[in-house]
Write a new protein. Structure first.
Length: 134
């Protein structure tokens, strides 16, 4: 969408890209769940990352701790959604998600809503060059 500022996050474009990948791979439900789950995780990460709360936490918590937390979070979300890719069959991957209580089915959408309601971090101003002002 060219009406938005350059570099702004466009969730619809991200979701459409992942849905296109799901369709490309085939009609199996495992592909759809994997790619939609990956899209929602991507949207959640970008939405929460742009909040003032996330910026404040990045300033207060030491980087190695944040790195460890995010590494565990990403491993879990990739594994949770990624198990659908090789299993493909609804009954198989649904059994895995059922054993986890469908936790990401709730956490990610609720997290996206909450993150979108949080105050946004102030955008860093970039230095303009002579070519930008022409």
């Amino acid at each position: 969408d060219r009406s938005l500022p350059r570099g702004s996050f466009q969730g619809k474009v991200v979701l459409l890209t992942y849905l296109t990948s799901a369709i490309w791979h085939g009609p199996d439900s495992g592909y759809v769940v994997f790619f939609v789950g990956a899209a929602l995780c991507d949207i959640f990460g970008r939405t929460i990352g742009g909040t003032a709360l996330a910026n404040k936490l990045m300033q207060v918590i030491p980087y190695p701790i944040i790195f460890a937390i995010l590494l565990c979070w990403h491993q879990f979300t990739i594994s949770y959604t990624g198990i659908c890719f090789p299993l493909l069959d609804f009954d198989k991957w649904n059994a895995v998600h059922r054993n986890f209580g469908y936790c990401l089915h709730y956490i990610i959408p609720v997290g996206i809503v909450i993150a979108s309601l949080l105050p946004k971090a102030p955008r860093k101003k970039t230095a303009t060059t002579a070519t930008d002002s022409k």
